[in-house]
Design a protein around this ligand. Sequence first.
Ligand SMILES: Nc1ncnc2c1ncn2[C@@H]1O[C@H](COP(=O)(O)OP(=O)(O)O)[C@@H](O)[C@H]1O
Ligand SMILES: [Mg+2]
Length: 338
Amino acid sequence: MSEPLLSVRDLRVSYQVGRNFVHAVDGASFDIPRGSITGLVGESGCGKTTVARALTRVIAENAAITGGQILFDGKDLAKIPEKEMNALRWRDIAFVPQSAMNSLDPVYTVEYQLDEVLRRRGGLSRKQSRARSEELFEMVGIDANRLNDYPHQFSGGMRQRVAIALALALDPKLIIADEPVTALDVIVQRQILDQLKELQTRLGVSVILVTHDISVVAYICDRTVVMYAGKVAESGTMQSTLTAPSHPYTMGLRNAFPDLQGAASGILVPIEGAPPNLANPPAGCRFKPRCPFALDICGTEPPVIDVAPGHPVLCHRANESAALRIEAAKTETWMAPA
Ligand SMILES: Nc1ncnc2c1ncn2[C@@H]1O[C@H](COP(=O)(O)OP(=O)(O)O)[C@@H](O)[C@H]1O
Ligand SMILES: [Mg+2]
C-alpha cells in the first residue's frame, strides 16, 4: 500500500464534565489510503463524531486532544497552530457535520453559502464562483436554477446534496461526512450514497463516512474502521472486515442491521445491552460485558493482533475468529443470556 493520505496514531480526545473526564477517544489508530472511501462505524456513543471532529479540530469547547498524532500530508494536525489548521479546512479537508442538512443557514440562499466558501476561502472571483457553483450543483444532481433558493425550499435529501456540494467546493483531498444519510428514507439514502460513491471515484478524493449503520458501510465503502467505546475494534478492507469480521463486535453489528439493497438477510438480532459510559468504562476489553465469546482473560487489556496485513483486531481471541464467525452467524449465540 502506498503512503496513506491520513494516519491516525493513538489518538486521545477527552471531554471535561465538571471535575470528570469522558475519554471519548481512547487510543485510536487507523490509516486512510488515498482515493478510498472508509466507513467509520459503531453504535451511538462510541466516539465516531469525536474522532471526525478531532481530525478537523472543530471540537467542542470542553474537549481537548490529549494525545496521539494525526498525520496528513507530512503534518501532524494534532499539533499545528490553529492558523495553519484553518488554512487546511475546506481546501484540503472538508467536514460535513452531523445533520448538515439542518445546519445550512436559513436566511441565506444556497448560492450565497457556496459563494462564501468559494470566494472567501478559495479566492475565486464572483464570476468564477458562480460558474463553480453551477458546476457543483450539476455534480450533485441539482438543477443550477435552484442556486438562488433558500435551504427550506429543498427537501432533506436535497439539502444533504447541497452540503456535499459545499464540501466539494474547493476540491479537497479528504471529505469527512458525519452521518450524511441518517435522517433520510432508504430510497433517498441510496441515491445520495450512489452519488457520493460516483463522485468519490471520479474525483479520486478520499472520504470518511461516519455512520452507526453498518449496512451503509457495506453499500459503498471499500474500507472499514469499527469503533467501540472509544477504541478501534478492528479496521481493514471491506472484504476482510465485513465479509470476514474478526472482532465479535463487528460480527454482532453485521447481524443487527438489514442491508440497504432490501435483500432478504436473515433474522436481525441486536447485540444485547449498550456501549458503556465512557466516563467509567469497564476494565479490560470494553466489549466483554456484551460479548458472547468472552473468557476470563478478557478482563485484561486486549492486544492488537494483525489477523492479516493491514487488518488489526483488538481482541484476545482474534486468532480464533474463523471459528467464532461460525458461532456468531447463529441467532441463538446473541440471544443466550450473557
Ligand atoms: N460535548 C461533550 N461533552 C461531554 N461528553 C460528550 C460531548 N460530546 C460527546 N460526548 C460523549 O463522548 C462520547 C462519544 O460521543 P460521540 O463522539 O458523539 O459518539 P458517536 O458519534 O459515536 O455517537 C459519548 O459518551 C458522549 O456522551
Ligand atoms: Mg455521532
